[in-house]
Design a protein around this ligand. Sequence first.
Ligand code: ATP
Length: 364
Amino acid sequence: MAVAATRVTAGVSFAARLAFDRISHAFSPSAATLHDVSLAAEPGEVLCLLGPSGSGKTTLLRIAAGIETQTRGSVYLNDQEIAGPNVFLPPEQRSIGLVFQDFALFPHLTILENVRFGLTALSREEAKREAMISLGRVGLQDYANAYPHVLSGGEQQRVALARAIAPRPAVLLMDEPFSGLDSRLKDSVRAETLAILRQSRATAIVVTHDAEEAMRMGDRIALLKDGRLVQLGTAEELYNRPASLFAAGFFSEINVFEGRVADGAVDTPLGRFEASGLADGTEASVAFRLSAFDVSATGGEIPARIVSRRFLGVVELLELAVPGADRPLRARIRCGALSSPEREIWLTVRKADVLVFERTSESA
Ligand SMILES: Nc1ncnc2c1ncn2[C@@H]1O[C@H](COP(=O)(O)OP(=O)(O)OP(=O)(O)O)[C@@H](O)[C@H]1O
């Protein structure tokens, strides 16, 4: 007798577009957590929600999942409104998978049972088969009958991922999924997770407060601050053309000098820098990345004295006293760029690593 056709076993989801349209949220009338946030994760894309603690990343994710209901605005999955003024699709009907920071595995269930947990729509046998496929995709099928405590943190995270992808969600939401892992594990688990996301082709939204993690994982990054979308773009766009001093400082360490625009430029202790787009008289902040300085013992643009010097392997971190600056300047240089005993040196500024912004109350 012919065996009945089984479900497609490639484990591939149909990626969807998840869009937030003018989402505002307040947990109490006096304090708004999200202000008019509009952004979308495109089909198959890994979108990172990045921002400092309290910027509203988790709240946005919970709204997408249907665990929280926004005060204003709508959420769309493809063209379907799944949450809005007159619509609320319950979480289990959204085709959205969730992975939390603490993995949230049930300790009294086996790995297989944990992964099978969300497959309630399938028969027992089918659910088991799907769960095994999912475990296979994260390389843990041999642990199906073990309990979570025998697994390392990284393996538990992979089980959580297997559980989330088992129902083949159209969108996967991950809230700080690697923060429980030690730094050595983090890199490898992150790379594996990314590979699995690519294979499963699910659209993924990943919350992180770590800019480097966002750059490693995200096809695009949405930067949030105080519940507002600051900037949305690729890692290169956010790093090279940050929309504000806050965005610049989030992606690389910077030294900041304040000044007033005169004749289209701002004077700083490190020289005069063009302030394109800013009118004369505007208060400006001039940001210098730590990589903005070439150093030499023999000559350059600006004299500097080394206050401290820290060896970091590939690079050295210098603190430098510069005439006219009221606090030490920080610089990162390649190890070996300065011979050992130098104290009095010269700096030359790389213009590409200098960014000029209008000074705002937030940058003060
Ligand atoms: N259930 C809640 N009730 C009241 N206020 C809340 C609730 N959940 C979050 N908040 C507040 O909303 C703001 C945003 O919190 P949220 O957890 O979304 O930020 P986050 O960017 O994810 O921060 P973190 O990185 O620390 O998790 C915070 O000020 C927080 O205190």
